[in-house]
Design a protein around this ligand. Sequence first.
Ligand code: AMP
Length: 296
Amino acid sequence: MRITKSFAETRAASLGTVGLVPTMGFLHEGHLSLITAARQASDTVVMSMFVNPLQFDRDDDLVRYPRDLERDVELATAAGADIVFAPELEEMYPQEQFTRVIVNQLSDELEGPNRPGHFEGVATVVAKLLAGIQPDRSFFGRKDAQQLAIVRRMATDLSMPGEIVGVPIVREADGLALSSRNVFLSAEERAAALALSRGLMRAADLAGGGEREGSALSAAVHNEVGDSLEVEYVTLAGQDLVQPLETLDRPAFLALAAWAGETRLIDNIHFDSDEFVADRGTRLTERSVLYGTGEI
Ligand code: AMP
């Protein structure tokens, strides 16, 4: 395992085909599954860890975002990464960043209106990582479905070489989608948050039984959650353009955002094939590394 701080050093250390896994660190099994996917397809696996100020729409979220490089390097090494690229702010943004990448239309719905500037920050930093590291393949979680669509579209629109690969959501054993922010949940908030994945699984069951109405699928989630959390949206959207859909008639995902106390959570299920069999993600059988050895 090698820790690099500059793009030049990272490129020099990358031999053969390169798989890139961009993250903001504070790793959990969702991130580690991206390393596993990258490992299978690449000679060198580079995991980047950078808490990107450009994509935070709230200063308090940026300040309190969890960070622990030593822990992350240990986990990334065990999962099979060759290089951890952990740049300082000066490497990523050596001067005022005048250039921004904006993927029109795909940012208009779901997370876009709720997080002004977020996707512009994401697309810009991913463009910089792709330009600076020049990977053959880059791996992104389906957890951030809209981000995945935006990155794909950006890469195509800007003729960026290399493949963008989407990887299924990893969930805890009880269904909660893994997120670095889960460490902030109190026991009560965590228990309430389980309604989100339960609702999505219920919607997956309905779709499996032939339900095609977006409003019926969303209602399944709302019914499960009730007023135990503050729900921002539950929306069925197309996988490529992230446009809200009335009917499940193309590859789509049912996405939601909700607040558990001060913590904002997102989750989704994907509908892929002609039969719209849901990708419900995978589940851990053991307790997540997120919680260390302490009590949840
Ligand atoms: P983040 O560090 O939160 O920016 O996430 C880095 C990458 O990990 C993104 O591509 C996310 O979509 C992905 N990711 C985060 N959580 C999960 C999860 N539970 N399952 C799969 N991928 C995830």
